[in-house]
Each structure stands twice: as structure tokens, then as C-alpha cells.
Ligand binder design. Structure first.
Ligand SMILES: N[C@@H](CCC(=O)N[C@@H](CS)C(=O)NCC(=O)O)C(=O)O
Length: 291
């Protein structure tokens, strides 16, 4: 195995150099805001401050699902937070999420705005607010929440572990890639076995557990994450592939994936969403055509 023992940690860690790697410029060892910046507010009850990453997409899929079910109170403005430019450290954003990470939601439908951060908490909040996609029967609810929290606990090994060391770290370190590839494949196998016995993640019904897991593990088997499909032999996870293909058929999932997205086909990128018609008129290809 390649050796990387050329580093001896000092007695006390200090922040005195850039760590290298793709996100070096935004990584900091301290919390809080770096600059004063109010957040914009649109006309809808729900204000989402986000980006089209897997964590952001969970919420836009949920909002599109709620709207498709006829919940008008789920109308939302989706504002773009460019994390590569440090917008998550603006004072207004930090007031909505003290953890400075997308997604963050402000519900302005009541007398006092309610802030919600952490994508899992946002999904539960919306599911309870609208009475949808979270079963009320105790056994089904427990299964759904178990898988939702499984995702919240597991994806950091996929993203912060495997994805970071395989795709973003300044050098390839066999030990780290090996450790996190093993864990990622184990997680895919957990899902594959579950989906061999169950149509959706939590049972017969589509729930917030599917919406949370799909952007990460569906994205992984579809080859959207870290260019790692071949490396991880994702085609072996037949049931995860079956489930991901089924979800991808949903127009709501297609729309949710477009919101706040900054990469891919221009026609698939809707940088901000302020109206349902934006999907027809404000994607990047349409904006470019208008000149
Ligand atoms: N556990 C959080 C994770 C959120 C998260 O990691 N967001 C990333 C983008 S996917 C982010 O905002 N990173 C900016 C930063 O770390 O400064 C959630 O699920 O909401």
C-alpha cells in the first residue's frame, strides 16, 4: 500500500495554511459569518436558500412533490447560494443556518418566520406541515424515519469520505480511498438488499426517505457523483438501479433536480425558481437564447 507517513502532526493543530483540494478556499475551523449580507425574500410562503447538490435537491424534490399533490402552501422561492463563493457565510444566511451549509429554509407563512436547517429536518418539517410523504402509522413512520436518519448518518462517509479522497483531495491516498470505497459499497449493499424486498425504501409507499436517499445513492449508481460508477461497479446493485430509474421517471424528481443547479446541460439548469413557469421559461438555454 502507498505510504503517506511523511507527516507528523504537531502537538497543537493551528490554522496556518490552505489545506489544498477542491474546497480549500471555503474551509475554515471557525463558525459564524464573515460578512454582512441580508438574504433576499420573494413573494412565496417558503424561502429556500440552496444549491443543486444532493443535499439541496432532496428539498426541491419534496417541494415539487408537494406542489404536484396540490399543496399550494408549498409554493417557494429558491435562491441560489454559491458555496464556492462563500455565500453561506453571509450574516443573513448564518441567521437561518448557524451551521453555514445549504439547504436552509425560512417558512414565512405564519406570524413569525420559522427557520429550518439540516436537509433531514427540512423534509420532516415539510412532511408534517402538509401531512404528506411521512406515514402516520407508528410502524411505517418508524421505518421511514429510520431510513431518513440512516441517510443523514451514512452520506458523510460517501461524500466527505469517499468522494473527497477519490475526487477532490490534492493527492490520491490509497488508505483513505480504500477505507471509504469499502464503506460506500457496504452502504450500497444495504440499500440493494432493502430494495430487493421493498418497492420503495420505507415500504410500498414513496416517502421522504426515498427523497433523501435518491440524490446521493441514486446519483451514485447513475454515475453523477465523483465519476466513480466504474470504480465502484455500481451496475452490480441491481435493485438500487431499478429504484433510481423508477424515481427518475417522476416529473417532480426531474424538476427538483433542475432547481439551483449550476452544471450539466443548460436546459437542465434553473438557477433560481420563483414561479412554476420558470421551468419553461428561465432555464439557462432559454436565458441564453433571449440574449
Ligand atoms: N447535514 C447537512 C449537510 C449540508 C451540507 O454539507 N451542505 C454542503 C453542500 S452539499 C455545504 O453547504 N457546504 C458548504 C460548506 O461546507 O461551507 C444537511 O443535510 O443539510
Amino acid at each position: 500500500m502507498a505510504d503517506s507517513s511523511d507527516y507528523t502532526p504537531p502537538k497543537v493543530w493551528t490554522w496556518n495554511k490552505e489545506s489544498g483540494g477542491r474546497f480549500a478556499s471555503i474551509n475554515r475551523p471557525i463558525a459564524g459569518s464573515t460578512h454582512e449580507k441580508e438574504l433576499p425574500v420573494g413573494r412565496h410562503p417558503l424561502q429556500l436558500y440552496s444549491l443543486g447538490t444532493p443535499n439541496g435537491v432532496k428539498v426541491t424534490i419534496m417541494l415539487e412533490e408537494l406542489l404536484a399533490k396540490g399543496h399550494k402552501g408549498a409554493e417557494y422561492d429558491a435562491w441560489l447560494i454559491k458555496i464556492g463563493e462563500g455565500m453561506q457565510f453571509g450574516s443573513g444566511f448564518v441567521e437561518v443556518n448557524p451551521n453555514s451549509k445549504i439547504p436552509a429554509l425560512l417558512d414565512r407563512s405564519g406570524p413569525k418566520p420559522i427557520r429550518v436547517f439540516e436537509s433531514g429536518a427540512i423534509l420532516v418539517y415539510l412532511a408534517e406541515k402538509f401531512g404528506a410523504f411521512l406515514p402516520t402509522n407508528p410502524a411505517a413512520r418508524a421505518e421511514c424515519l429510520s431510513w431518513l436518519f440512516w441517510q443523514m448518518g451514512s452520506a458523510p462517509y460517501l461524500g466527505g469520505g469517499f468522494g473527497h479522497f477519490y475526487a477532490y483531495a490534492p493527492s490520491k491516498m490509497e488508505y483513505a480511498i480504500d477505507r471509504f470505497a469499502m464503506e460506500t459499497k457496504r452502504q450500497l449493499d444495504v440499500l440493494d438488499r432493502r430494495l430487493a424486498e421493498s418497492r420503495f425504501i420505507a415500504g410500498d409507499d414513496y416517502t421522504i426517505a426515498d427523497m433523501a436517499i435518491f440524490p446521493w445513492y441514486g446519483g451514485l449508481v447513475k454515475g453523477w457523483l465523483y465519476n466513480a460508477a466504474e470504480f465502484l461497479s455500481v451496475q452490480d446493485y441491481k435493485h438500487v438501479n431499478r429504484w433510481a430509474d423508477m424515481l427518475l421517471e417522476r416529473p417532480t424528481v426531474k424538476r427538483g433536480r433542475m432547481v439551483n443547479r449550476l452544471s450539466g446541460e443548460p436546459s437542465s439548469q434553473l438557477h433560481e425558481r420563483h414561479d412554476a413557469s420558470d421551468f419553461e421559461t428561465r432555464t439557462q438555454d432559454k436565458i441564453a437564447a433571449k440574449g
